[in-house]
Each structure stands twice: as structure tokens, then as C-alpha cells.
Design a protein around this ligand. Structure first.
Ligand code: S3P
Length: 433
């Protein structure tokens, strides 16, 4: 990521009104990029994520021999390597993207050649032992630096394993499935808490066969993938900022078109309903097994109530918890978050940064190892927010700022571009001042 930091001033708003269509889902775009680049043939994707993270995945796959180009109509075209990557003669830069580093490791471990994966300062602090362990169990030769990147992979044929994920992580699950795809025999991944299933759906869309039970996925390798054409659904984790913004004001009315509504990603809609917002799905369709729909959120004078997020819901809402926490003080009964200790090893320690920034705005908040207690009924004031270079912290506090007294200054606002470069422009479009 660039080292120049930009500040943004967010002024309070009166309401959120309008209709938006958002750029493509980051998780799905990563997977389509990886699988399209690995498949045989030419894939084309419309509404591909505009975030820097997915550009990192595309750049890595390009360095490994895939041909990537942007078509005149905005679609991304990828000509895949038909199952055999070219060893890159320089380190593969995953930027800020944990998804890129963890998932690509599984793709490369069974390939021929030596590969080095590097990342920015934040990514170089994030835990990679979680992928080294299962891949080593499969016989892979993968070395870390003190449990972190740089990651060096000496590619070799692997053997199938039956693996139970110790932490809920779709990235780890995908890493093992991508290695299993290229490995003789049945690779099984079991998970106690079901994480987002985009990889399972995407693998099938690209022609792979896998079997699923309530808590496991089995892939019999080796299998070949074939190019597809697809439209990426709008990113529901980006939509979360706008849903939460709308929920803050009485008489908001916001419609989001073409949003991904995969049930493993849509828990925020239930939480907002519990809090008192009215959510309506106006239209729904299926594209390559991913649900896509038009969602309307409206609110009334009665305001937001209270809720607790814990257990499997915490795992499924992990990316939305910062913004949910950021609107907590404006509810009447507060928001309690538990079982979310993974938040501490995201792009930043999101529990610590949420607590620190809420306090900077004058809020009372209690921090726990695995969550936060945010009492309701509080009045916040504008403040200087330290985003810690974390896109979701920068955006979450831009939403909290909409109902604060006075202006808020977001430091490191440029980090929003990691997942959602259009965020501030779209916020200006729907926020009534
Ligand atoms: C993602 C999985 C989650 C999530 C991340 C994207 C994915 O990470 O936080 O933003 O696309 O698989 P973990 O696998 O670490 O839970």
C-alpha cells in the first residue's frame, strides 16, 4: 500500500436516502480470479471488485502466467494456465490481502517450482501458521518467517488429508481445497462453524465436482477447471456500511441493487432486523449458485434497540462487526459482541482500534479479549480517528461520524480503496446534510 495517507472530514448527516449499485464482492472476485487464472480457457467477469486486494490477486496470477486484461466494456478477461503455473522469477506481492496470500498458497503448494509470497507491513504481521499446518500435513514444503510472511513454497506433489479447521476461516478452508483439487485422492475439510462457501460454489461453477455435508467438504483430485463467464454480485460487506448508516436515522429509505445475498454472508440483515430496522428483499435471483437481490432498508422514529452477536453469528459477521460496533452507542440498549477474537488478527487489531476510536468520540466501551460491550443511549462527538491503515475501520468510523456532534477527521482514509474505492463518493451521494 502507498505510504501517503489522506484525511477525510465527515460531517453529520440528517438522513440516508437513495438507490445504489455496488462494485463486485471481494471474496467472490478473489475466487473467480484465482480459478479463472488456473482454469483452461478464457473467463470473463463483469462487476469485478474494484478494490486493491483483488488487483493483488490478479497481479500474482498474471506473474504466474495467466493473461489478464480489462475489456472496453469494463469486464475482466483472464486466459488461464490450464492447471500448470509458470514459476515467477520474483516474489509475488500480495499487498494488504490475507485472502490472496492464504488461498494462493494452496494453489501453489502442489505445483512445480519455488514461489515466494510477500505482503505489506500489515499482512506481514498476520498469522500464516494456520495454512502452513494443513499444507505440511499434505506433505508440502512451505516455510514461514516467524509464523508470518514472507512465505516460501517449494512445490511438490501432495497427498490427500482429512482436515478439521481449528479456527473458523474460509481462507484456510479454501487453501486446503485448492491443494486438494490438484492432489490424488479425497481431501476432506471439516469445519465446526460454517464459514462463507464461495469457494465451494465457485469450484462447481468452474466444473469441479465436490461433495458437501452439513459440516464437511470432500474434493477428489486431481480435477481440471474450465473457464466461465460471470457477473460478480455487489459486495454485501461494502453494503453493510450503507445499511448501518441508514439504520442510524429515522425515516431513512435506501435501496441496494444487485447485492450478493449468499446465506453464509447475509447475517447482518437479521441483526439489523433485530435492532429494529425494516429490511425487504424486493427481488432475488441465482447466478452461478450465488444469490443476488435488491434489498430495501427503511427505518422509523422508534430507533434502534439492542443485540448480542456471538457464536457462529460472530464468525459469519466477522467483517461487519467494526461497523456494527461503531453504531452501538446510538442504539437504545447497546451492542454486545463475543466469540470474535479473530478480529484481533485482521488488517489491524480491530477490537482495540474500535474501542480506542469510540473512546476518542466520547463513548463508553468495554473491551474483552474476544469482543466488546458498547452501551446504548450515548451521544458522540466528532474526533480525530486513527484508521490504523485498516479499510474497515476507516469506513466504520465514517458511519459513526454521521450521527456525531461536530465534524470527524478520518486519518488514513485512503485505506478504504483496499476493498471499496468508491466509498466516500457514494456516501456523499446518499447522505442528506
Ligand atoms: C474471507 C474470509 C474471512 C474474511 C475476509 C475474507 C474470504 O477471513 O475476514 O475478509 O474471502 O475467504 P478468514 O478466513 O481469516 O476468517
Amino acid at each position: 500500500m502507498s505510504t501517503t495517507t489522506h484525511e477525510r472530514i465527515i460531517r453529520p448527516a440528517r438522513n440516508i436516502l437513495g438507490t445504489l449499485r455496488l462494485p463486485g464482492d471481494k471474496s467472490i472476485s478473489h475466487r473467480y480470479a484465482l480459478l479463472g487464472a488456473f482454469a483452461e480457457g478464457r473467463s470473463r467477469f463483469s462487476n469485478f471488485s474494484t478494490g486493491a486486494d483483488c488487483a493483488s490477486t490478479l497481479a500474482c496470477m498474471q506473474a504466474l502466467g495467466a493473461k489478464v486484461r480489462k475489456l472496453e466494456d469494463g469486464r475482466i478477461e483472464i486466459e488461464g494456465v490450464a492447471g500448470r503455473v509458470m514459476p515467477a522469477n520474483h516474489p509475488l506481492d500480495c499487498g494488504n490481502s490475507g485472502s490472496t496470500m492464504r488461498m494462493i498458497s494452496g494453489l501453489l503448494a502442489p505445483q512445480q517450482g519455488t514461489f515466494t509470497l510477500i505482503g505489506d507491513e500489515s499482512l506481514s504481521r498476520r498469522p500464516m501458521e494456520r495454512i502452513r499446518k494443513p499444507l505440511a500435513e499434505m506433505g508440502a514444503n512451505l516455510t514461514l518467517t516467524d509464523g508470518h510472511a514472507p512465505v516460501t513454497i517449494l512445490g511438490a506433489p501432495l497427498h490427500a488429508i482429512d482436515f478439521t479447521t481449528p479456527i473458523p476461516s474460509a481462507q484456510v478452508k479454501t487453501c486446503v481445497l485448492l491443494a486438494g483439487l490438484q492432489t490424488e485422492g479425497a481431501t476432506v475439510v471439516r469445519e465446526a462453524l460454517r464459514t462463507r462457501d464461495h469457494s465451494e460454489l465457485a469450484l462447481r461453477a468452474f466444473g469441479a465436482t465436490l461433495t458437501r455435508s452439513i459440516d464437511s467438504i470432500t474434493i477428489n483430485g486431481p480435477q481440471k477447471l474450465h473457464a466461465i463467464e460471470a457477473a460478480v454480485p455487489g459486495d454485501i460487506s461494502s453494503a453493510a456500511f450503507f445499511f448501518c448508516a441508514a439504520a442510524l436515522f429515522p425515516n431513512s429509505a435506501l435501496i441496494l441493487d444487485g447485492i450478493g445475498l449468499n446465506p453464509t454472508r447475509a447475517a447482518l440483515l437479521d441483526v439489523l432486523t433485530t435492532l429494529g430496522a425494516r429490511i425487504a428483499v424486493l427481488q432475488l435471483e441465482e447466478v452461478h449458485s450465488e444469490l443476488v437481490g435488491t434489498v430495501q432498508i427503511t427505518t422509523d422514529e422508534s430507533g434502534l434497540r439492542s443485540t448480542e452477536v456471538s457464536g457462529s453469528q460472530a464468525a459469519q459477521l466477522i467483517d461487519e462487526l467494526p461497523v456494527l460496533a461503531a453504531i452501538g452507542p446510538y442504539t437504545s440498549g447497546g451492542i454486545r459482541i463475543r466469540d470474535a477474537k479473530e478480529l484481533r488478527v485482521k488488517e489491524s487489531d480491530r477490537i482495540a482500534l474500535v474501542a480506542r476510536n469510540l473512546r476518542a468520540m466520547g463513548a463508553e466501551v468495554e473491551e474483552f479479549e474476544d469482543g466488546l460491550d458498547i452501551p446504548g443511549g450515548q451521544t458522540l462527538h466528532g474526533a480525530v480517528i486513527d484508521s490504523g491503515g485498516d479499510h474497515r475501520i476507516a469506513m466504520a468510523f465514517s458511519i459513526a461520524a454521521l450521527r456525531a456532534e461536530g465534524e470527524t477527521l478520518i486519518q488514513g482514509a485512503e485505506s478504504a480503496a483496499i476493498s471499496f474505492p468508491e466509498f466516500f463518493d457514494l456516501l456523499d451521494l446518499v447522505a442528506e446534510r
